[in-house]
Design a protein around this ligand. Sequence first.
Ligand code: IVH
Length: 707
Amino acid sequence: MAANMPVEALSAAQAEQELARLAAEIGAHDTAYYQNDAPLISDADYDALRQRNAAIEARFPALKRSDSPSERVGAAPTQAFGKIEHAVPMLSLGNAFNEEDVTDFDGRIRRFLNLEAVAELRFTSEPKIDGLSASLRYEKGVLVQGATRGDGRVGEDITANLKTLPDIPHQLPDHVPDIVEVRGEVYMSHADFAALNERQSAQGGKIFANPRNAAAGSLRQLDVAITKQRPLKFFAYTWGEMSAMPADTQSGMMACFAEWGFSVNPAFVTVDETSGLLAHWADIDAQRAALGYDIDGMVYKVDRLDYQQRLGFVSRAPRWAIAHKFPAEQATTKLNDIDIQVGRTGALTPVAKLEPITVGGVVVSNATLHNADEIARKDIRIGDNVVIQRAGDVIPQVVRVLVEKRDSQSRPYEFPSACPACGAPALREIRDDGEADVVTRCSAGLTCPAQAREGLKHFVSRAALDIEGLGQKQIDDYWELGLIRSPQDIFTLEARFADNPPEIWQYTSGAKDKIGTIKDSARKLFAAIEARKTADLDRYIFALGIRHIGETSARLLARHYMSLPAMMQAAQNMAAGDEAARSEIETLDGVGKALVNALVGFFSSPDNCAAVTALIAAGINPTPPEAVATDTAVAGKTIVFTGTLEKMTRAEAKARAEAMGAKVVGSVSAKTDILVAGPGGGSKLTKATELGVEILTEDQWIDLAAR
Ligand code: IVH
């Protein structure tokens, strides 16, 4: 029988039969182990089955089954779920940490909408659930698709998993619009979390660190049967694409969701003004522990949808909503030691090694100490008892020392004067004001292995190149092995190793298989890298890790320069004293002197120029941004606003113009196409007249913007 034959002896027909048998058998063991938490065979026997499966697949790659077990275990779920492009992006929220931030939020909105301080502006308030967001798409009332948030633009297809949640209706009432996308949060209650961990622990299964991780791990299961057994819940709170709007307020939409069969948070309220928001925040904060699920703040939204529409978005967050966070939860523990981490800019960050302790449901064993001054200011010594706190995903911090508990064993910490990674002197730069910078930096630059390695981690991070199968851990591994030591090495991996992949690739798939899967996972990685050669230009710009250039400014620069060589050339021209190039970019809204200096500084380093040139030589081909809109009256034009606008605030006018494909700059030059001048236009108006720039009144601008 084929089951007992050595792999080398199998015919193709026997191999096919064996792969079918192994898929079924391994599948049954997976169910027993993961789903019933009751394994039927030893781990060693189970591994042997998987190894045999992998060996057969390696000999007969064409016979690999679509439901092959080698695709299922260890493979990151991200590689296993299909991708779904969101019809409307899934956004994040800006944060408010205190009353003033909330008042500012209200003020910003009123200014943007040109509302008097006394004009009515209603808000909704509801808890911010600490779970994972999901989007549910209904066509003619039928649930057709469910997706994770992913990067906000593209999520994962987890339709089958979401359908197992009792809170999620499969069918909506007859009268709903043809296309409805309901969005909300998938979460797990404290009680369900504790019971799940108890069950997992009794059966030797995975223990989850907190309810959020448990919810995430349960939802993104390749085996839907496992998700079905996990007690997941869903609160609806927003929407994506809607073919028609069933209400004209946020609260009206929530009422519709409830009527359609969704759970909406019982603590949802509508209030008249910010004082109502603050009162509700305090009320829920007081009840927080008794709610039975994790929340990390309150979410406030402008109730009127026409206002939401006008307010629009900045970067990836709406102007019409904000998350008002709760203070972090605290605990006391012992500080056993202090370690130094070297970041990608060479900053030496001290990290407290703590006696592990649970804070807000999570076990904490490290906390950041920021810098030398912070350690001195808080008088933190090794051996001290310290109060630590954790806020959401933020790294835990040491709040203060319990000096009264200090014993004779505790000793002050001496901050190193050399980089622990490369031995180069670690210095505190003297700033323009003559003071020493708070940050101690390794003086070696990219020749310091820690800096180079952290730079690589930034390069592949989610907001940067985001290469599937090449995460932070792999960068560490590949660095150790000498496979990747600079960004261009990523793109030459295939040329260097396609014929002779090193053993490392067997581990990237998580399977302890033999040589067959080495080639297989190498192939997957090469394909993922190849696909990212044409990643968006703004990601490449962000990935370079230039100081002051975050995601938003990277997008601005991408739109302006449209290619890496053009950006590099412009920076070199600026370094050589080209004032025109400098003023052209400095006038762009959102770009300041510090950013331009950083850009010029970056490209005055021959090493950095060489690194970018090497990337291009390695075959990258970043995709430049598309113009936002090309079929509008102002697409491609450069516009300046001046004077007081009466019907629209400056911010709204600017957002409108940019959405219509125009570039909004702050000062008039020969390159300006249109000046929109309200009363009090002043010097800009004079200059525009001199230069013969087209000048529009506010009304003319509104007419133009409506076209
Ligand atoms: S509204 C366009 N409401 O928080 C605004 N978000 O930090 C969409 N979240 O990605 C979000 N509870 O996953 C909203 N009641 C709530 C929420 C909530 C949790 C999550 C959501 C979002 C993240 C932003």
